[in-house]
Design a binder for this molecule. Structure first.
Ligand SMILES: [Zn+2]
Ligand SMILES: [Zn+2]
Length: 86
């Protein structure tokens, strides 16, 4: 199963639920851009680039999503001894 982690592709900063971005100079709305995939909920502007609140550099919004595959629980193969009768 794939999971997605969201963090800054430049500094690995992880935005939390209280992080806010400003839609400026469009409408000045303040919201969490990762709850709307980079779309301003007020004016509908689609922000293709997202600025990191930690390092203040811009990265494409899609680059913030990092797919990873968690370690699958490996089942130990059963070793059966057969044909030991003699
Ligand atoms: Zn950053
Ligand atoms: Zn806006």
């Amino acid at each position: 199963m794939k999971q997605v982690k969201i963090y800054c592709p430049k500094c690995q900063w992880v935005p939390d639920a209280s992080a806010r971005w400003l839609c400026e100079p469009s409408c000045g709305c303040s919201w969490n851009t990762f709850e709307t995939c980079g779309v301003c909920p007020r004016c509908g502007r689609n922000w293709e680039d997202t600025q990191c609140l930690a390092c203040h550099r811009w990265s494409p919004h899609a680059d913030w999503y990092h797919e990873f595959i968690p370690d699958e629980q490996q089942q130990m193969p059963k070793t059966e001894l057969a044909g030991a009768t003699g």
